[in-house]
Design a protein around this ligand. Structure first.
Ligand code: KG4
Ligand code: ZN
Length: 337
C-alpha cells in the first residue's frame, strides 16, 4: 500500500502545500506573499493573516492537482519551527485539525531539516556525508549531514543572515524587497575591487557575521550619495558587497571541507540562486573532490515538498508526533546547539 503524506509550510512569507507518495513528489504549490514588498521586509502579523486566508484553498487545489481526496491521506506534516510564531501556528494548527479529523499521524517538521533534504525532495540522492550550506533571508547555516536525523551543527550567523544583508543593502541602493536577485544583476556591471569590504572574523571558524559588512556598505553608500553625481558607483558598491558576502561563505565552507571528509557539498536557500556564488562553489567543490548538489530552484526557496518529504521519513523512521507538540520559533536542529 502506498503511503501518502500532505506537507504544509507556513514559517515565513510562503504558504506552501505538497503531496508525496512513498516520498516521491506528486503535487506542489507555493504562494509567495508579495504584500511585504511595500514594507521592505516581512510583517509578521500580515504573514499570519495571509496564511490563514490562503491555506485551506491551497490544500484543496493541491489535492485536486493530484486527483486525491482527503480520505486518501495517510499522514500530515507541517513546519513547527524555526520561523515566525504566528505564521507557524497557522500551518501547525491546520495540520493538527487534519490529523484529528482524519485520524492519521502528525509529523511536526523542523524547517531546517526540510532544507537539508530538499535535494532528495527534488528526486536526487544526497551523497553522504554531506556538508550543507543553507543561505537564505532567514538562515546562514553550515551543517554536517551523516544520515536522516544525524546532523552536526558546525556554525551559523551571529547576526544577520546572508540574504537579509542582500535585502538591506539592496534597499539602501533603492532596490525593492527582496533585493538579492536584482542586486546581483546590478553587480554584473560593477567592479568588485572598487570598494574592498573586510570579511568578518568570528571566534568559531564556522560562524558567520554580516552586520559589520552591512554597516560598512551603508556608510559607503551615504558617502557616495553626497560625493558623486552619476549612478555608476551603485553597480561598483553592489559588486563589492556581493563579493564580500560570497568570500565569507566560501571561506567557511572551505574550512569545513578541509577539516573533515565529505562526499558532497549541498547548498540551499534563496541565495543559492546567486550565479556567482554557484560558480565559486563549483570551483571549491572541485578542489575538494566532492560533488556540488543544488536542489531545483523552487526547492531552494521555502516550499512544502521538502516538508512533506521529511514528514514522510519521520513517520516511517521515527513515528508520529503527539498532537500536543508546539510551534517553536527558535526550534533547533540538534539539541545541544
Ligand atoms: O529561501 P528564501 O526564499 O526565503 C527565506 O528567507 O527563507 O530566500 C529569500 C532570500 C532573500 O533574502 C533574497 O534576497 C535572496 O534569498 N536571494 C538572492 C538571490 N535570489 C534570492 N540573494 C542573492 N542573489 C540572488 N540571485
Ligand atoms: Zn527557509
Amino acid at each position: 500500500m502506498p503511503f501518502r503524506v500532505i506537507g504544509i509550510e507556513s514559517s515565513c512569507d510562503e504558504t506552501a502545500v505538497a503531496l508525496v507518495e512513498d516520498g516521491r513528489l506528486v503535487s506542489n504549490r507555493v504562494a509567495t506573499q508579495e504584500i511585504h514588498a511595500r514594507w521592505g521586509g516581512v510583517v509578521p502579523e500580515l504573514a499570519s493573516r495571509l496564511h490563514q486566508k490562503t491555506l485551506s484553498l491551497m490544500v484543496q487545489e493541491t489535492l485536486a492537482d493530484a486527483g486525491w481526496s482527503l480520505s486518501q491521506l495517510d499522514g500530515v506534516a507541517a513546519t513547527r519551527g524555526p520561523g515566525l510564531i504566528g505564521a507557524l501556528l497557522v500551518g501547525l494548527s491546520y495540520a493538527k485539525g487534519l490529523a484529528t479529523a482524519l485520524n492519521i499521524p502528525l509529523a511536526g517538521v523542523n524547517h531546517l531539516e526540510g532544507h537539508l533534504w530538499a535535494v532528495e525532495a527534488g528526486g536526487e540522492t544526497l551523497s553522504l556525508p554531506a556538508l550543507g550550506l543553507l543561505v537564505s533571508g532567514g538562515h546562514t547555516e553550515l551543517i554536517r549531514i551523516d544520515g536522516f536525523g544525524k546532523y552536526t551543527y558546525l556554525g551559523g550567523t551571529l547576526d544577520d543572515a546572508a540574504g537579509e544583508a542582500f535585502d538591506k543593502v539592496g534597499g539602501l541602493l533603492g532596490i525593492p524587497y527582496p533585493a538579492g536577485a536584482k542586486l546581483s544583476k546590478l553587480a554584473e556591471g560593477g567592479d568588485p575591487s572598487k570598494h574592498p569590504f573586510a570579511v568578518a572574523t568570528t571566534q568559531s571558524p564556522f560562524d558567520f557575521s554580516y552586520s559589520g559588512l552591512k554597516s560598512a556598505a551603508m556608510r559607503e553608500i551615504k558617502r557616495l550619495e553626497t560625493e558623486r553625481d552619476g549612478e555608476e558607483w551603485r553597480a561598483d558598491v553592489a559588486a563589492s558587497f556581493q563579493d564580500a558576502v560570497i568570500v565569507q561563505l566560501l571561506l567557511r565552507a572551505d574550512r569545513a571541507l578541509e577539516n573533515d571528509s565529505y562526499r558532497s557539498l549541498m547548498i540551499g536557500g534563496g541565495v543559492a540562486a546567486n550565479k556567482l556564488l554557484r560558480r565559486r562553489l563549483e570551483g571549491l567543490a572541485r578542489r575538494h573532490n566532492v560533488s556540488l548538489l543544488v536542489p531545483p530552484f523552487e526547492f531552494c526557496t521555502d516550499n512544502a515538498a521538502m516538508i512533506a518529504y521529511v514528514g514522510y521519513r519521520m513517520l516511517q523512521e521515527r513515528g508520529a508526533d503527539s498532537l500536543e507538540i508546539e510551534a517553536d520559533p527558535n526550534l533547533s536542529l540538534v539539541p545541544e546547539w
